[in-house]
Design a protein around this ligand. Structure first.
Ligand SMILES: *Cc1c(COP(=O)(O)O)cnc(C)c1O
Length: 346
């Protein structure tokens, strides 16, 4: 698949590491039936560039390049109060000498606190130009359009990036990740039997499905929902994967069986902590020294752990976990993650 015909900015000067997790694998096996677990590997997309990077960095390489090609001077995007996507978009804007504005959706009522730690702190440190806070369920596209019109009235030019950077252009970032992974498996002589990835606004999961289909990478992908169960999530991912393939001009139809989604780990609500997330964050931190975040990767890893205990994987499989980042929000949930809040839902 030829990505070179799309403009791209580079924010990471290396391939993110692909590593085996021996101590985590051992600890997981000890909690699985018959003491057997698959071998768990990790791809460190939490080490991508920008402040600090995560999966949004890969999407923004293509989105920001498109914004610059169109002569924009201001990026407008949206997200939840602890949005990693907003933080990384702002960091990209700073690096490119652009301004940046957010529309923040309070999916949990009254959850936006300008003084909050984590990503909110970084919004201020990096110098966001303006933040508009709207209630949960608002039409985010319309709200961002209003901000873009305000920017235009000031004689400037806005470029709107949808939530999570998940459109066809953003999805190219995860086609590029698929190609990077394919090359790494070849060079390191590693066989991966299954990829486990988070599935939210769908650019990551959908971009990978597109990249795997288009490059004939025959490894199943399991997407763990962070805000929706499969009936709602699967059609979103399928649509994203198809849009990416269409943009690339690859004549492949994505079939429903190409998009596997798992639910049940994000409840009670997007971004609200649960006990299984706490167990997963503590387990990886205390076996491998790698932090996960409470909103996304903690719940995604809880899904991997739960699937392993349910016998979803074959015992001798090599399962790759994609670490999509999100570290700053760890600081907005320190007591929960340390297990010091006793009333968390299961
Ligand atoms: C946004 C995000 C995800 C989900 O990725 P999508 O492309 O929105 O599906 C997963 N992990 C982290 C840390 C994120 O910030």
């Amino acid at each position: 698949m030829d990505l070179s015909r799309f403009p791209r900015r580079r924010y990471t000067g290396f391939d993110t590491p692909l590593e085996f997790l021996p101590r985590f694998t051992e600890a997981l096996a000890a909690t699985c039936p018959a003491g057997k677990a698959p071998r768990i590997w990790i791809k460190r997309d939490d080490m991508l560039g920008l402040f600090p990077g995560g999966n949004k960095t890969r999407k923004l390489e293509f989105l920001v390049a498109d914004a610059l090609a169109q002569g924009a001077d201001t990026l407008v995007t949206c997200g939840a109060p602890q949005s990693n996507h907003c933080r990384i978009t702002l960091a990209a804007a700073v690096k490119e000498g652009l301004k940046c504005r957010f529309v923040i959706e309070e999916r949990v009522p009254d959850s936006y606190d300008e003084q909050a730690s984590g990503n909110n702190f970084m919004f201020r440190l990096l110098g966001v130009e303006a933040i508009t806070v709207v209630p949960g369920g608002s039409n985010m596209a319309a709200e961002m359009q209003k901000v873009a019109e305000e920017v235009a009235r000031a004689g400037r030019k806005a470029y709107i990036i949808p939530g999570g950077g998940s459109n066809a252009i953003g999805g190219l970032g995860y086609v590029s990740c698929a190609q990077e992974l394919q090359q790494q498996m070849f060079e390191q002589g590693v066989r991966i039997d299954r990829l486990v990835v988070g599935s939210g606004s769908s650019g990551t999961h959908g971009g990978l499905v597109a990249g795997f289909l288009g490059n004939n990478i025959r490894i199943p992908i399991t997407g763990i929902g962070v805000s929706r169960d499969p009936a709602d999530q699967q059609p979103l991912v399928l649509k994203e994967a198809q849009a990416v393939l269409d943009l690339l001009g690859v004549a492949v139809r994505v079939k429903p069986e190409d998009v596997e989604c798992v639910g049940g780990y994000w409840q009670p609500k997007y971004s609200v902590p649960n006990q299984r997330m706490v167990e997963a964050v503590q387990m990886l931190a205390r076996t491998e020294g790698i932090p996960l975040d409470p909103v996304y990767t903690g719940k995604i890893m809880a899904g991997l752990i739960g699937l392993a205990r349910d016998g979803f994987f074959r015992g001798d499989e090599n399962v790759l976990f994609l670490h999509t980042g999100g570290l700053p929000s760890l600081h907005a949930y320190e007591r929960e993650v340390l297990g010091e809040k006793k009333d968390l839902p299961a």
